[in-house]
Design a protein around this ligand. Structure first.
Ligand code: NAG
Ligand code: NAG
Ligand code: NAG
Ligand code: NAG
Ligand code: NAG
Ligand code: NAG
Ligand code: NAG
Ligand code: NAG
Ligand code: NAG
Length: 441
């Protein structure tokens, strides 16, 4: 019977292997994608039919390319743009899409008439009728917890970490990334995170024409809606580059502008760039790219920035108004820095919450059948103790209750995460690569 036992064991082994391989290759559902642990598998290109057909049908501008127009065949977008075009403030575009303002600043008035954030971090518009940018959260000793530039293909380790602690955050998603990684974008909603827009192609917004700037916001909202079923009411300008013209256009699209007061500078450390920056870095044209890994910013600088923020809490800096710090879902370094600093942030601040939660915005999207908890509701389920629970427990499963968000329906085709996740069925492997949906090299 010896040979036969071996053979039985071997069969079991092979079928386990096959099961785990098949499971690891389910790239067709949010749950399947969320269950992948190997970043190389996570970051292998897959095709998601609703995105593939929308892209093939000409419903979006080329991925990662700056938007130049809102074409007539996009009847909804075109009508909306034409309806606001006449009232957009007469402020000229500034600099280049890559953020070179050297030809512009010498002629710009030092009174900062446009409330241009890039100039002197202005957040209170000069133009009447515009709301101030959100640069802090109203709740004292609270961190409005958020991350830019996602969804990143390799984010499962990071999202698993947050999920295991019942922690949600505000994710500022780039439209082009959402179409590249739709199941990852769906995971943000399923995990109870708040999703805000971070433009279509992540360029300097004040450089765009009115139509281009409108399109950068419009198509990022369309991408998020197509993939997740919700339409954000908040956005963050890449590099903080916003002025009253851009604020006006955003306001007309129902978007609140969210900025920050503290910067971890995590994005400057690692040479992992957004796809368009790889192109720009080759030409030396991108200031963001040229700062990465240079400018004296090291991992130690980023840690010092986190430490300073944490020190500011005990120094009483946030005793009346809470903080927002710029951090990124950009690459392994930025996400790992977030994980490494999470325990200290939770201990220092009274609360870490998504920005909408700190604002009591219980309906963060245009679609009203999706709600997030109020601040009071959120913190009742997220004491420091419960957030820290499991920090030393690497298994840390099943503690993700009170995930933050509720859908009264399953709009978007994204089901809300149950406290115990990973009930992933074994599905046939389905990996189709369409060059059409990728940015072209
Ligand atoms: C709309 O027009 C643009 C060019 O202006 C084209 O690239 C795109 O495919 C068209 N989309 C549809 C849905 O016809
Ligand atoms: C938008 O408004 C500007 C200024 O009023 C005008 O010059 C331009 O032609 C308008 N664009 C369109 C597409 O109507
Ligand atoms: C925060 O802490 C840093 C480092 O101690 C300090 O330089 C900075 O002035 C503090 N910021 C505020 C607003 O208190
Ligand atoms: C996502 O993260 C991975 C791992 O750090 C990195 O290689 C990749 O460049 C990132 N993707 C984007 C689009 O930033
Ligand atoms: C970063 O990479 C290391 C080494 O591959 C891995 O152990 C870790 O989980 C990654 N961190 C994140 C947040 O993805
Ligand atoms: C949020 O609601 C709580 C009451 O539940 C209130 O104390 C707090 O001031 C509200 N915050 C904002 C920003 O509205
Ligand atoms: C985790 O372990 C460290 C030391 O190993 C300890 O100081 C810390 O209090 C522990 N945290 C929790 C939440 O148990
Ligand atoms: C708080 O947790 C309880 C129990 O897990 C859950 O029923 C409730 O929906 C949660 N509330 C919020 C606002 O997350
Ligand atoms: C939620 O509302 C949106 C439109 O506002 C709709 O498309 C979606 O189907 C709704 N979801 C459910 C489950 O009712």
């Amino acid at each position: 019977m010896y040979p036969s036992s071996i053979s039985t064991l071997a069969k079991v082994g092979i079928s386990l292997l096959l099961a785990s391989r098949v499971r690891a290759q389910d790239r067709t559902t949010e749950q399947g994608e969320a269950a992948i642990n190997d970043p190389a598998v996570e970051c292998a290109i897959y095709s998601y039919p609703p995105v593939a057909s929308a892209v093939a049908g000409g419903q979006f501008p080329p991925i990662w390319q700056p938007v130049t127009s809102v074409p007539a065949n996009d009847t909804e977008g075109r009508a909306k743009f034409l309806a606001i075009n006449g009232s957009i403030p007469a402020i000229s575009p500034k600099g280049t899409m890559a953020g070179d303002f050297s030809n512009f600043t010498p002629t710009y008035s030092s009174t900062d008439p446009d409330c241009w954030w890039t100039y002197h971090q202005c957040t209170t518009p000069k133009l009447s009728g515009l709301s101030p940018d959100v640069a802090s959260v109203p709740e004292p000793r609270t961190l409005g917890y958020g991350f830019d530039d996602g969804p990143n293909c390799s984010h499962n380790a990071f999202y698993d970490y947050l999920s295991a602690r019942g922690q949600s955050a505000t994710m500022f998603f780039i439209g082009s990334n959402v179409l590249d990684w739709p199941l990852e974008a769906q995971r943000a909603i399923a995990d109870g995170h708040e999703v805000c827009a971070h433009t279509w192609s992540h360029r300097y917004m004040t450089s765009f024409t009115n139509e281009g700037a409108f399109g950068e916001l419009w198509y990022s909202l369309k991408a998020i809606k197509l993939v997740t079923g919700v339409t954000p009411k908040c956005w963050r300008p890449p590099y903080g580059d916003v002025d009253d013209r851009i604020r006006y256009i955003a306001t007309q699209l129902g978007l609140e502008t969210v900025i920050w007061k503290y910067d971890s500078f995590d994005w400057m450390v690692c040479p992992s760039l957004l796809p368009h920056e790889i192109l720009l870095a080759d030409t030396g044209a991108n200031t963001h790219a040229s700062q990465v890994g240079t400018n004296g910013v090291t991992q130690a600088t980023v840690q010092a920035n986190y430490d300073a923020l944490i020190g500011n809490v005990s120094a009483g800096t946030f005793d009346t108004v809470g903080a927002i710090m710029l951090t990124h879902e950009l690459n392994n370094f930025t996400m790992q820095a977030a994980i490494d600093n999470y325990p200290a942030l939770v201990k220092a601040f009274d609360h870490l919450v998504p920005i909408a939660v700190a604002q009591n915005k219980t309906q963060p999207y245009v679609e009203t059948n999706y709600t997030m908890p109020s601040f009071a509701q959120y913190i009742s389920n997220h004491s420091a103790a419960s957030s820290l629970k499991g920090l030393n427990d690497t298994s840390a499963s099943g503690s993700g209750s009170g995930q933050g968000a509720q859908a009264t329906g399953s709009g978007a085709g994204v089901s809300m995460r149950l406290p115990v996740r990973r009930s992933v069925g074994v599905l046939a492997a389905f990996v189709v690569v369409t060059g059409a949906m990728r940015w072209a090299v």
